[in-house]
Design a protein around this ligand. Structure first.
Ligand SMILES: CC(C)(COP(=O)(O)OP(=O)(O)OC[C@H]1O[C@@H](n2cnc3c(N)ncnc32)[C@H](O)[C@@H]1OP(=O)(O)O)[C@@H](O)C(=O)NCCC(=O)NCCS
Length: 164
């Protein structure tokens, strides 16, 4: 069984993580509407994480951005990716679970993402109603999860870029 180490992403990891995302996602990923919420906004410090193998080779990464939903704040999970040679070994689930725990410990009340419900439902994500991502986004892919009880209760509206 191979050894992996998880740690917070550091500035020196940035371009390697970008290369992993380029490898794992379809070309043009940065044209997606979710990237407009990330333009000129740094990821949440301490929440983005990398997993490296025993040879220090990057195996997976996750980032989180802060966003507004109506008048409330939320975490936007993603991108998350695992190198094709390590997919299906549980690293994606590990990164997502660690990120969720850390986000809750930091005091965030809710987390959202744009992704495949069949994958993310296992972590507790379900469809968010009344939460509007910038178009074009398939509303069925807009998913959320409470980090504190009732975290998404009465939270509705447009998802907008962080302004604080
Ligand atoms: C999605 C991703 C992060 C999952 O990481 P991983 O380490 O491969 O996943 P895990 O080992 O934790 O989980 C594997 C399980 O997830 C399932 N799975 C992976 N992607 C899925 C998807 N898009 N939809 C449904 N199930 C999915 C696998 O079939 C497997 O199922 P099983 O447990 O029944 O065997 C990774 O496959 C990846 O980088 N994919 C390309 C980039 C991407 O699509 N990122 C997510 C954007 S929404």
């Amino acid at each position: 069984m191979q050894q992996f180490r998880i740690r917070p992403e550091e500035p020196g990891d940035w371009w390697e993580v970008e290369a992993l995302y380029d490898l794992c996602f379809a070309p043009g990923r940065e044209a997606l509407s979710s990237y407009r919420l990330r333009d000129d906004v740094p990821p949440v410090s301490g929440l983005s994480m990398v997993v490296r193998d025993a040879e220090e080779i990057l195996a997976g990464a996750i980032r989180f951005w802060p966003v507004h939903v109506g008048a409330s704040d939320a975490l936007l999970l993603g991108p998350v990716a695992v190198h094709p040679t390590h997919q299906g070994e549980g690293l994606g689930a590990f990164l997502i679970r660690e990120g969720i725990v850390a986000g809750r410990e930091m005091g965030w009340q809710r987390v959202m993402l744009v992704g495949d419900a069949p994958y993310y439902s296992r972590f507790g994500f379900s469809r968010l109603h009344g939460v509007e991502m910038p178009p074009p986004t398939n509303p069925e892919r807009v998913l959320g999860m409470d980090l504190t009880p009732g975290g998404w209760e009465n939270v509705r509206g447009a998802v907008t870029r962080w302004r604080k």
